[in-house]
Design a protein around this ligand. Structure first.
Ligand SMILES: [Ca+2]
Length: 54
């Protein structure tokens, strides 16, 4: 299974961030808009960027 497919399967809201990572980053696993908001830990990166970059 490809990485993209895994993201689609395990992301409840379809924003590309796995549910367990949403929890880890303090996001809402049922809110697809938080992936494109700036991280609470800094204004330089979006949450989706923090997730992708680990
Ligand atoms: Ca989300």
């Amino acid at each position: 299974m490809s990485f993209i497919a895994v993201m689609c399967v395990e992301s409840s809201d379809g924003d590309g961030i796995l549910d367990k990572w949403e929890n880890k980053l303090g996001l809402d696993a049922n809110n697809p808009s938080d992936a494109l908001k700036y991280s609470s830990e800094g204004k330089e990166y979006l949450n989706i960027e923090r997730y992708i970059n680990g």
